[in-house]
Design a protein around this ligand. Structure first.
Ligand code: NOJ
Length: 725
């Protein structure tokens, strides 16, 4: 499927287009506007109020939310028949963690710490999407997240800028491949949401973000930059403000930072409706001003509002907007179309036959199962796991037989296709050793169900609880102030607890939860997140010990909502609670809860145990020219083979500005047989110690550092070195 595309004389197209036609290229509309789409012509509600004319649709540059080979072919053909210049549509969609074969949600993928599998998941998603006619995916989402109330944390890989950057790169490689131009089985990636959307105040979606430029650069920008360094073709703006200016009208973010400083020359798209939202934000009086601010700031494509098509002509005529800005935006859009080969093959990869063969094929599902198993994090285990196949098991809970385990942003995935936990467990132990009952609804009790659950549990040797969140409770606009499991599910645990049987909780959810009422009450807790199409199978593989869990948290699990935001790479404060000379009262602490999260970044158990020993540094001094090598021996001290994520952190003891207690600088995975040891070596160099100083210069400090290597961000042994000039 790899072919070369010819170069197209794009300037010639632009020269032949009228001003209205050019502006229409900047318009992105949803599928219902287009002839040939399944729901084509059904323009109702807010869509009707956009005032979109037939000419605008005919000239539109792109469509979103369209997929399915036949449908895309029909839409593209109808469009080409009407578009005066025969300019094909770009087809964009949210292929966030799989197309039809749904992979675990990105937060879970992060917990695998497995860049290769992450890349493969994006490659498979691209392949399925491409044969279904999609050209661009609105992914990866790389917003750094620290507040689990925010529903969108499930779309991110978590709270660490370095880890997020590595995953951003892996996803872009997977989506785009090496040769987007000729490889029809890949799609262009669009990194989002630029910028710092993950910091929405109070974890409430679309809310204000305000942070210093230093913090923005230090923590929030690296992952977007990493995606762009990897060649990501597009950037999507975010809904929030940054320093008082909504991103979508933020000249500093787009023209100055993205374009001038970073040299990004790809397409910038607004998020859905975000251009018009400049009005309620309060930086534009009307749609004309919104259009003015967005185009001046650098938005090329306006998604699903019509400020550009209605008002740019007038703004140009009045001399307020230079036509050159429109021409540049059109050029970038046409360049992307050319890169994707659309001028030669407007149908690109769309192929109903290939779609039948490839989409949701066995190979893809196996990849999803493998990644899902690697993404699960074992949070607690007193020895009850793995389960024995001879045991009689009561599987109880609202998600025991549910297909709602795909997670948000799975719009082409189908819950009917998901492997449910009960069916997968049955294939391990047969029907006679598995009793399945619901126990309660996700949010409410159901008459007689608790009694049935107790009766089932009485018959069993072990209870497996399938608990969690409805997928609607996370994702966009899925924010919650109380992130405990609903009372009905906690009641279920309380009903079963007096039986004294071992209890395992399996959690299906999109955010780190407050685990009060679960963690202390059960013997084992497996965080499965939303594991995707093969979720039940992957979880069963772990429950029965077919796969030894190796996932590690990439977002801290809070003790309770009152300590949010809680993250590992925080500052020490001037009055740290654990200082040797700390006073009883006047220290930085809560009086009623611990400062530490329940479980920290990097945490995750295995069925075996690993011991770390012999941390050594090749030198106690590092210079710009001489990196140091950090070595440690990891031994599998348990009785089964297992994989460990060995993590490397650094602390800079005295900076120009305060430095975090620990910062992740590297990791590696080792797979060890029982009794086996491995020496793990990391190279650490001066560049990795750089950060943004008060004057925003990016450089390192000489002086004292500690390097830590360990099994999570809390439990890691340290050794000191000095950086010298
Ligand atoms: C809004 C979401 O914020 C964004 O992530 C998504 O890509 C667009 N809608 C398009 O669906």
């Amino acid at each position: 499927m790899i072919e070369q595309c010819r170069n197209v004389d794009l300037q010639n197209y632009i020269d032949r287009m009228t001003q209205d036609e050019k502006i229409a290229q900047l318009l992105q509309l949803a599928a219902p506007f287009f002839e040939g789409a399944n729901e084509g012509g059904q323009i109702t509600g807010p869509m009707a109020s956009l005032g979109i004319t037939d000419e605008m649709v005919q000239g539109a540059g792109s469509v979103l939310g369209l997929a399915g080979a036949e449908e895309v072919i029909a839409v593209q053909k109808a469009h080409l028949a009407k578009n005066r210049h025969g300019i094909p549509l770009l087809v964009m969609a949210d292929i966030v963690h799989g197309f039809k074969t749904i992979f675990p949600v990105p937060l879970a993928i992060g917990c695998s710490w497995d860049l290769e599998l992450a890349e493969k998941s994006a490659e498979i998603a691209a392949r399925e999407a491409a044969v279904s006619g999609v050209h661009v995916t609105f992914a990866p989402m790389v917003d750094l997240v620290r507040d689990p109330r925010w529903g969108r944390v499930m779309e991110s890989t978590g709270e660490d800028p370095y880890l997020n950057s590595e995953f951003a790169r892996a996803f872009v490689r997977g989506f785009q491949g090496q040769n987007l131009q000729g490889d029809k089985m890949r799609v262009a990636a669009c990194v989002k949401h630029f910028a710092a959307y993950g910091l929405s105040e109070g974890g409430r979606d679309y809310n204000t973000v305000d942070l210093s430029e230093r913090q923005l650069r230090e923590y929030y920008l690296p992952a977007y930059k990493a995606a762009l360094d990897e060649g990501c073709e597009m950037v999507m703006t975010s809904f929030n403000t940054v320093d008082g200016v909504p991103s979508t009208g933020n000249r500093k973010l787009m023209r100055e930072l993205l374009r001038e400083e970073w040299g990004f020359d790809g397409v910038i798209i607004s998020d859905w409706g975000a251009v018009k939202e400049l009005i309620p934000h309060g930086v534009a009086e009307d749609e004309a001003e919104a259009a003015y601010r967005a185009i001046q700031a650098g938005v090329d494509i306006e998604m699903m509002t019509s400020c550009y098509v209605h008002y740019l002509p007038r703004l140009i005529q009045e001399g307020l907007v230079e036509e050159k800005l429109v021409d540049e935006a059109v050029m970038r859009i046409l360049e992307l179309k050319m890169k994707l080969g659309l001028f030669d093959e407007p149908l690109r990869g769309a192929d109903p036959k290939a779609e039948q063969e490839i989409v949701f094929c066995e190979e893809h599902r196996l990849a999803s199962r493998e990644l899902a198993a690697k993404s699960c994090v074992l949070l607690k285990n007193d020895g009850v796991l793995p389960l024995g196949k001879h045991q009689k098991i009561a599987l109880i809970g609202p998600l025991a037989s549910s297909g709602d385990i795909l997670g948000p942003w799975s719009w082409s995935g189908s819950q009917e296709d998901a492997v449910r936990l009960d069916e997968a467990m049955r294939s391990y132990v047969g029907s006679s050793r598995l009793i399945v009952t619901q126990g309660c609804g996700l949010e409410s009790s159901i008459e007689g169900q608790m009694e049935r659950a107790v009766a089932a549990a009485r018959e069993a040797d072990v209870i497996v609880l399938a608990l969690g969140e409805d997928s609607e409770w996370s994702g966009e606009a899925g924010c919650r102030s109380d992130i405990r499991l609903p009372q009905a599910q906690l009641d279920l645990i309380s009903w079963l607890k007096p039986l004294g049987k071992p209890m395992v909780a399996v959690l299906f959810n999109g955010r780190p939860l407050d685990l009060h009422g679960v963690f202390g009450e059960t013997n084992a807790v497996l965080e499965a997140w939303y594991p995707g199409s093969e979720g039940g199978a992957a979880v069963s593989d772990i429950l029965f010990g077919e796969v030894n869990p190796s996932g590690k948290l990439t977002m801290s699990i809070p003790y309770s909502v009152g300590q949010i935001p809680v993250y590992y790479n925080h500052f020490n404060t001037g009055r740290p609670k654990d200082a040797p000379d700390a006073q009883v009262r006047y220290v930085s602490q809560y009086l009623d809860i611990p400062n530490e999260p329940l479980l920290p970044f990097g945490y995750g158990l295995s069925y075996t145990s690993f011991a770390y020993s012999g941390l050594t540094l090749s030198s106690e001094t590092m210079t710009e020219k001489e990196p140091i090598t950090v070595r440690v021996t990891v031994t599998n001290t348990g009785s089964c083979a297992g994989e460990e994520v060995v993590q490397l952190y650094v602390r800079d003891w005295s900076g120009d500005v305060v430095r975090p207690l620990k910062e992740l600088k590297g990791w590696t995975k080792v797979f060890l047989q029982p009794g086996e040891k491995a020496e793990v070596a990391f190279t650490l160099c001066e560049k990795q110690l750089r950060y943004h100083h008060a004057n925003l210069q990016y450089k390192s400090d000489t002086g004292r550092f500690t390097v830590f290597v360990g099994t999570n961000s809390r439990d890691a042994a340290g050794a000191e070195f000095r950086l010298e000039k």
